[in-house]
Ligand binder design. Sequence first.
Ligand SMILES: Nc1ncnc2c1ncn2[C@@H]1O[C@H](COP(=O)(O)OP(=O)(O)O)[C@@H](O)[C@H]1O
Ligand SMILES: [Mg+2]
Length: 261
Amino acid sequence: MHMMNDRSFYYIERAVEKKDLTIERVSTGIPKLDELLQGGLPKNSVTLVSGPPGSGKSILCFHFINAGIKNGERCLYISVDQKIESLLIHANAAGFNFLPAIEKGLLKLSHIDLERSGAYHEMGDLVLTGDFDRIVLDSLSPFADTPLVLGRSVEFEKVPVIEKLSSYPSDSRPVIRYHIRKIFDFLHSVNATSMVTSELTEGGSGLSRDTISEFLADGVILLAIDPMMDRRKLTIWKMRGTKHSLRPVDITITERGIEIK
Ligand SMILES: Nc1ncnc2c1ncn2[C@@H]1O[C@H](COP(=O)(O)OP(=O)(O)O)[C@@H](O)[C@H]1O
Ligand SMILES: [Mg+2]
């Protein structure tokens, strides 16, 4: 409850500070997707990109990062599953050579190993200390799957809910939900526009692995594979402040990335 209130106040303060309530748009890097989104993602929003393995989540994030680089924006890509080198190779195969941007200091690529202690704080520090325009967290799912140690940090001790949480096992629903909420808070508290990916498993319910991200995110883009028809689809499921169709559109993935037909 406390967290919710703090956050609402934060938004109100920021809106008042801004004095202009119109939504600025940030390009997704895919022109046709921008058209479907009234110009792009709302600035400072957090969008959940959800889909099964191989559906194009990382490639959609590459487009988003690439658009930022082309604009001279500062970008952060946090890779949780994939090591940096493999991510760079994979991006290059989909049409994105990120090496020049890394050399120019426009893109920071960070691999976070959740098995390491302190990984959770490492992520928080990365997000909070850099002055990024665009942030990708790829993916959120391991945070929901790996029991994480709570406590120790001063920041955590300030949050009253934590005391109650410490009586739950670290892989229980309330603890996982707390962590996911905390990650969305991190991303909402900085001045960046973000994309967060979530792996959907076959037969799983909800729009994310953890089934809470879809409520915390400002937008949900769903990617799907139809193996029988040899087809891929993209659906804008939710986007705050945006008039959009709910109809899935056909997409292809080539050496030039994602194309909307
Ligand atoms: N150069 C390419 N040409 C055609 N398809 C590609 C190419 N690169 C990647 N793909 C397709 O994209 C898929 C990987 O997309 P990715 O964004 O990594 O998925 P996810 O992150 O959802 O697991 C591969 O399984 C492959 O089908
Ligand atoms: Mg991926």
